[in-house]
Design a protein. Structure first.
Length: 406
């Protein structure tokens, strides 16, 4: 009986060893397959994100260029149109009508204006929509007004006054008023002085629009007529910022435009743009620098971008978090070199893959817990049959004295 007991204990040890070995092999094989598949999937996901980042970057650059090109054409052509370049306004003046037509066609234009060498000034501004509610309130315009027409000139007494007319979409006057004497002089503004020097289209520095306190620039060109003056188009950078804010590959990805010296040209979060004025007379702003944004990933991109000017996507570690980054260099319509930077957190790209990995792992473990006992039983029965022994059963396990096995 003692020999039979030892034989049973020895057989039990063999079964346990086989069971442990089979569990290790199956779990290792399953884990290896899962690890390999998800590593490959992660790499493919990141590679797809790199291609998407490159395509999005190129499309964004082209879109930014298209933002400026039609406005440059309007400024260049309008500065030659006889109805625009004449100084004297009259009841049949077609200049406001032409300006309203341009504003309807190109929503990125905030205002169109013309200034003359004698100081006279005329401007039409779009003030409709929820985004222009603050402008309507500041001007005291009716809620239904679509355009605000401003005309500055000297009266019979020599005093310069401003006349405001608020217009419907078809140009029908809704309300008109004349304000007190004004000190505004277009001839002292940068958009006027830079354009008066030659026949090219120029862009001003960023400044605060007086009517809305929005940040913008003015594209301007000298009038091609018998009377000296300058025609200009105001572009609110809010439109560019809104466009960049929409260029999201993942929730925290970021696209922005900057210059060689780290000056931010356009940024999706307008609250980060510096509104400190360095020239009170013209409301020209102090340039916003990348280091002032408080965005570590953006700062890291700027530090590394000169090493990656070939347009390729690269990986960078910022505070223990991996990012995909890309910089696209382009020349703006005025010959200045600018850059579009884009950063995308890698963990946001692979988040879905990580969730799938976890779900697959849990599912595999559940399946393993159900299948493994049956699989081991089949293996043990097969071994016993091959050895010509009575199959090892559950009853045999109950008779085992595991203390002796230890």
């Amino acid at each position: 009986m003692a020999g039979k007991g030892k034989k049973t204990e020895s057989g039990t040890r063999i079964y346990i060893a086989i069971a442990v070995l089979m569990v290790i092999v199956i779990v290792g094989l399953l884990g290896g397959i899962l690890w390999y598949n998800f590593q490959k999937t992660t790499k493919l996901t990141i590679a797809s994100a790199e291609r998407l980042l490159a395509e999005s970057s190129d499309k964004t650059v082209n879109r930014v260029k298209l933002f400026y090109e039609p406005v440059i054409a309007i400024v260049s052509l309008s500065s030659r149109v006889p109805q625009v370049v004449k100084m004297d306004a009259d009841p049949d003046d077609q200049r406001p009508t032409l300006m309203m037509s341009g504003l309807r066609r190109y929503p990125q234009i905030f205002s169109l204006e013309v200034g003359f060498d004698n100081g006279d000034f005329e401007m039409v501004t779009r003030i409709s929509g929820d985004e222009r509610a603050a402008v309507r309130q500041k001007l005291g315009a009716p809620d239904q007004a679509v355009f605000a027409h401003e005309l500055i000139g000297s009266g019979n007494n020599g005093e310069r006054t401003t006349r405001w007319t608020f217009l419907a979409n078809d140009g029908t006057p809704i309300e008109m008023r004349i304000s007190d004497e004004t000190t505004y002089d277009p001839r002292k503004r940068q958009w006027y002085t830079v354009a008066a020097q030659d026949g090219n289209v120029h862009q001003s520095d960023a400044y605060l629009f007086a009517s809305s306190q929005e940040i913008g620039v003015t594209l301007s060109r000298r009038l091609n007529g018998s009377q000296g003056g300058v025609f200009g188009a105001d572009l609110s950078l809010h439109e560019v910022s809104s466009f960049l804010a929409d260029q999201k590959i993942t929730p925290s990805s970021m696209a922005f435009i900057f210059g060689d010296d780290g000056t931010v040209m356009a940024y999706p979060d307008e609250s980060k743009i510096n509104k400190n004025v360095k020239n009170e007379g013209e409301s020209i702003l102090v340039p916003t620098k990348i280091e002032s944004l408080g965005a570590p990933a953006i700062a890291a991109l700027f530090e590394q971008f000169r090493q990656h000017l070939d347009g390729k996507v690269w990986m960078m570690d910022v505070g223990g978090r991996d990012y995909l980054a890309r910089v696209s260099a382009f020349a703006n319509p005025f010959g200045q070199r600018e850059y579009l930077g884009m950063v995308v957190p890698v963990d946001e790209i692979t988040r879905d893959i990580d969730e799938i990995r976890f779900d697959a792992l849990v599912g595999s473990i559940v399946i393993l817990l159900f299948i493994l006992p049956l699989f081991l039983t089949i293996i043990f029965v097969w071994i016993d049959v091959r050895l010509g022994r009575k199959p090892f059963s559950l009853a045999d396990f109950k008779k085992i004295d595991f203390d002796k096995i230890k």
